[in-house]
Write a protein that binds this ligand. Sequence first.
Ligand code: KG4
Ligand code: ZN
Length: 366
Amino acid sequence: MKLTKTILAIETSCDETGAALVRGRFRPGEGDVPESVCVASQVVHSQIASHQPFGGVVPEVAARDHLAKIAEVAEEALAALAPTEHLDAVAVTMGPGLIGALLVGILYARGFSIGRGIPLLAVNHVDAHLAPALLFENYSVGSQVLVKSLQYPALALTVSGGHCHLSRLEGPHARVLLGRTVDDAAGEAFDKVAKVLGLVYPGGPQVERLAAQVSGARFSFPCTLTDKSNRLGFSFSGLKTAVLFAVKDLLGLKQIPKSLSGASLPEDVKAELAWAFQEAALGQLRDRLVNALADSPIPIRSVAVAGGVAANSRFRAMMAELGLPVRFAPLALCSDNAAMIGLQALLEPREGLRMQPFTRYAMDMR
Ligand code: KG4
Ligand code: ZN
């Protein structure tokens, strides 16, 4: 007999209010990984327009916007529940994230779980980014997808606006954190460089578009971490500063003013700056993976990549040169969404909740 689990998932860690209904089919006695999964609904209310005037996410604005939208978004996702279908649990992002934003989702989910008398499952947002890549190559909303497991041991890279984490996966439940950023996350660097080039938030897609206009540049930016002993860590703040200095020089300024803008620079110069920055930032991600492959005590069979930056097509092309099977999260599940929270909840054999939202990344949040 097959066992089906249906979960309502809620995500409010940053600037997307997300809710999704996911189903997993399990074969009793065959482990904790579902045999097939379905993203029955996936609703995202993006707050980008609210934050754009500020050039980045404003935590207070984010929390208030989540509060205004959460019930509507959750109800829309719940509409996919079949009339006779039983809801088994509600899963929610417990962190890391913005505290005010997290609390809106957590309190909504907690109230929902008490009202329905169903368990509340706490999910780690960074772990969840990888869940789609661990389960399938592609999916469509409403279709049951046969799980195609990643080949383990694997390396996993989560690269987004708030996180840059490299880990080794020895199975879907066994993760070893190998390296993380010592300062900015990769997506954050894209956003900051975009701002200096006069592009709107979120900067990643804009920088990618601008960079695609050229195939080389007169600039070259460093992609190294100064601490050479840190072969698996990341650093992007030096790279961001190098771009700032280049823009300052191009504008003929003696010093970097408080809010530097290269918006007035010629289009081809901005495109070359974007290209050189993107090559350096993505090159660093690739180099860390190459180091991790070389340093691994066990042979690695595949690589999984997820998070907002995984949507970058230049990055996808670079990863194809690694010489190993690379599984990307599907494009629609790269940026923050609740489907990944529900899929992670299906992957995790535990139940229960630590009622303590956390704002920093924690591998031990179980
Ligand atoms: O995963 P995500 O939605 O949020 C976090 O969990 O942080 O990632 C958003 C980040 C932003 O910094 C955005 O600029 C970046 O992902 N991003 C990209 C691209 N699309 C989104 N960065 C580079 N290239 C892209 N195409
Ligand atoms: Zn995220």
